[in-house]
Design a protein around this ligand. Structure first.
Ligand SMILES: Nc1ncnc2c1ncn2[C@@H]1O[C@H](COP(=O)(O)OP(=O)(O)OP(=O)(O)O)[C@@H](O)[C@H]1O
Ligand SMILES: [Mg+2]
Length: 314
């Protein structure tokens, strides 16, 4: 909608986890480094736990991109399935054919043969399981069996689990603690530090830029800081706020995002934090100052602008 207005090729703040936009803030870079070092040194089981919207999926995609050509990789985006389905999903991802009639035993053997072949050729096989907090307990057990596949010297399969904090709760259950013991490295992925948010915004704008002359300083310094405070540094919330701010600025035919745009965007975004102590915001709310923007203000502002500028900048 506002792409042409800001000289952009595509939407810079989409909430799809596109690795082309990956920004290596400290936490994300540390997690990626840990994964790369551990996988390259043959570690079997690794884990990334992170809060909602902090970038686990985009990190996973960046990892898979980095390992391209170096390892055989498989990606299971949604492991909420029974043990047989998980084995089938793995065989499918690794390009293994199992002739019908299919049985668990047959699938397991086919998988083992495929992994042995890769091991003989000196190729690491890395399987990334996203949303790992959703793996049913009985399926976790078949992961443990897979982790038993090894030669005398090394694992046949390296497994990366990525999930929300409930994953840790699940792994601490007594019936699956054997799996927990196999996890040799893990990292926590939290929100970005506030001082990295301005660079994050500029990075995403530069990635979506139409050309070198596109201005990536669209967010005024205090507006970027305000986004950092409202979002708590959670990248998904940063994206949601930034996108609304661009809509609002576009709606006013402005080329700069200001603090007032951030306030308006925040007022209609669930889950953002007030950047002032609670007692100040409740007092302001009581006085009718805080969150005074009516719901849907972003869309209304854009519509008004488009009505006033038919055929104008889209
Ligand atoms: N390091 C990063 N660089 C660039 N964009 C990021 C980064 N981290 C997160 N994002 C962006 O934030 C949004 C949320 O990221 P993502 O979907 O990866 O989070 P998640 O932790 O997998 O969330 P969930 O817990 O809901 O699965 C996406 O648009 C993603 O592109
Ligand atoms: Mg995710």
């Amino acid at each position: 909608m506002y792409s042409r207005h800001f000289s952009l090729r595509e939407a810079p703040f989409s909430i799809t986890p596109d690795s082309a936009f990956f920004f290596p803030h400290e936490g994300a870079q540390a997690a990626l480094n840990m994964l790369l070092v551990a996988l390259r040194s043959g570690e079997g089981f690794l884990k990334i736990v992170g809060e909602v919207g902090c970038g686990k999926t985009v990190l996973c995609r960046q990892l898979l991109k980095t390992l391209q050509g170096e390892c055989v990789t498989a990606y299971i985006p949604n492991p909420d399935m029974g043990p047989d389905d998980l084995l089938m999903a793995l065989t499918h991802e690794l390009g293994v054919d199992v002739a019908p009639p299919v049985s668990r035993h047959k699938v397991f053997n086919a998988l083992r043969d495929c992994l042995l072949k890769h091991a003989e050729a000196g190729r690491h096989v890395v399987v990334c399981i996203d949303e790992a907090q959703a793996i049913p307990l009985r399926t976790v057990e078949s992961l443990r069996l897979l982790s038993n596949l090894e030669t005398e010297k090394k694992k046949l399969l390296q497994l990366v689990l990525l999930g929300q904090p409930e994953l840790d709760e699940k792994l601490s259950r007594p019936e699956i603690r054997q799996l927990l013991q196999r996890i040799t490295f893990s990292e926590y992925l939290g929100p970005m530090m506030a001082h990295r948010v301005p660079a994050y915004l500029a990075h995403r704008l530069a990635t979506a830029a139409l050309s070198d002359v596109t201005d990536t300083r669209v967010f005024e310094a205090d507006a970027a800081q305000s986004i950092a405070r409202f979002s708590g540094g959670v990248p998904r919330l940063v994206n949601v706020l930034a996108h609304k701010c661009l809509m609002l600025a576009y709606g006013e035919n402005e080329h700069r995002v200001k603090v007032r745009h951030v306030r308006m965007a925040a007022s209609e975004t669930p889950g953002v934090r007030a950047p002032v102590p609670w007692w100040v915001s409740s007092w302001l709310g009581w006085k009718g100052v805080w969150r005074s923007t009516r719901p849907g203000a972003t869309k209304a502002a854009v519509k008004q602008f488009q009505d006033e500028h038919p055929g104008g900048s889209r």
